[in-house]
Ligand binder design. Structure first.
Ligand code: ATP
Ligand code: MG
Ligand code: FE
Length: 356
């Protein structure tokens, strides 16, 4: 089936078109630049940007894919989880399109779509299941067990406070670095922002490993969960200390120590989930997948544990429409759905609701 997928859960307006498992186009426009001066995604600003971007994005996707809207067999859209107002723009557009074309509409789960994207990735043949998925972005941090991307997804753990990307963004702000924090913290850790070119010392400042003490790992409520809010406090302590002493803030050391702490806990818990479930495959998704240190440490520790690792191309890791179209096409070909045109966007949609 020819499926058009729309993604608008956060600050990316994504439109993807797939024919079965072939990706025809993946158009993404981001309002990230508009959020820089606020230090994080402002929901109202993101919603407005979606309203402006969605029409042109659909038109340009059709043009690149060389398809007419009337050729489309089904429309898929992210129904949740995500920012309410942002989701509503995509859902509204998708409903209008489906109604006008008189074609079925599939309201799909954003997290499942992050995993389903490998169905259409060009550098790989399909999706390996069962797998453990680590999804890390500005809005979420989850460990999932995936038996099947449509009807067997289990949430093993998630953050109890900040998302991993959010922790990067907030800590960056404390250190006087711009949004998005992720890439800037990485650069700072490598000594690329202070002009010295000297990498920071990952062990100079001690950062807490949230929920990763021995007793946390014994507690089923904490074993796969994350807490990153303590990292901000630790970074703030360093900032205050430097101010009080009138000393230079060792940004490279703090950035390196912070990054290592986030990565360490993410990787440790992912491999714990793999070992506990007896699953020897891990897939990474979300914008924090851009982090080089995360990819290196994860690859290293997966290899040590005899676990194979899949990291999709970065364009497919960050929010995009192709992943939504991929999941939509899978539902169409399995004869599941469509959604009723009256469904609403659900900002806290559970991961076991793959279709609303
Ligand atoms: P959602 O949570 O709905 O998936 P999002 O827009 O918050 O959406 P993405 O666009 O996938 O998430 O990713 C953005 C996040 O990824 C930001 O928090 C940013 O700081 C983080 N990020 C980007 N590059 C890096 C990096 N190199 N290292 C660490 N974090 C990064
Ligand atoms: Mg984003
Ligand atoms: Fe996402």
């Amino acid at each position: 089936p020819l499926v058009l997928g729309i993604e608008s859960s956060c600050d990316e307006t994504g439109v993807g078109i797939v024919r079965g498992r072939k990706l025809l186009t993946n158009t993404v426009s981001s309002s990230m630049d508009e959020h820089v001066r606020f230090g994080g995604v402002v929901p109202e600003v993101a919603s407005r940007a979606h309203v402006q971007a969605i029409g042109p994005a659909i038109a340009s996707a059709c043009e690149t894919a060389e398809v007419e809207l009337s050729d489309i067999d089904a429309v898929a859209v992210t129904a949740g989880p995500g920012l309410s107002g942002a989701l509503m723009v995509g859902v509204g557009a998708a409903k209008g399109l489906a109604a006008a074309l008189n074609k079925p509409l599939y309201g799909v789960n954003h997290l499942a779509a992050h995993v389903a994207v490998d169905l259409v990735a060009e550098d790989i043949d399909g999706l390996t299941t069962p797998t453990i998925a680590l999804l890390v972005s500005g809005g979420h941090t989850e460990i999932l067990r995936i038996g099947d991307v449509v009807d067997d997804i289990e949430l093993l753990g998630a953050t109890i406070d900040d998302a991993a990307g959010e922790a990067f963004d907030k800590t960056a702000r404390l250190l006087g670095l711009n949004y998005p924090g992720g890439p800037n913290i990485s650069k700072a850790a490598l000594g690329l922002l202070d002009g010295t070119g000297a990498p920071g010392d990952r062990n100079a400042v001690k950062f807490p490993r949230g929920l990763a003490k021995k007793q946390d790992l014994r507690d089923p409520e904490r074993r796969y969960n994350f807490s990153f809010s303590g990292l901000k406090t630790a970074a703030l302590r360093e900032v205050t200390k430097a101010e009080t002493l009138g000393a230079d803030l060792r940004v490279a050391d703090i950035a390196a120590g912070f990054e290592d702490a986030v990565v360490d806990v993410l990787v440790t818990k992912t491999l714990l989930a793999a070992a506990d479930t007896g699953i020897n495959h891990v897939v990474l998704g979300g914008g924090v997948a851009a982090n080089t240190h995360l990819r290196e440490v994860l690859a290293e520790r997966c290899a040590e544990a005899g676990v194979t690792l899949r990291v999709p191309p970065l364009k497919l890791c960050t929010d995009n429409g192709a992943m939504v179209a991929a999941l939509g096409a899978e539902l169409v070909s399995r004869g599941i759905g469509p959604s009723d045109l009256s469904f609403a966007a659900v900002s806290s949609l559970d991961v076991d609701h793959v279709l609303v």
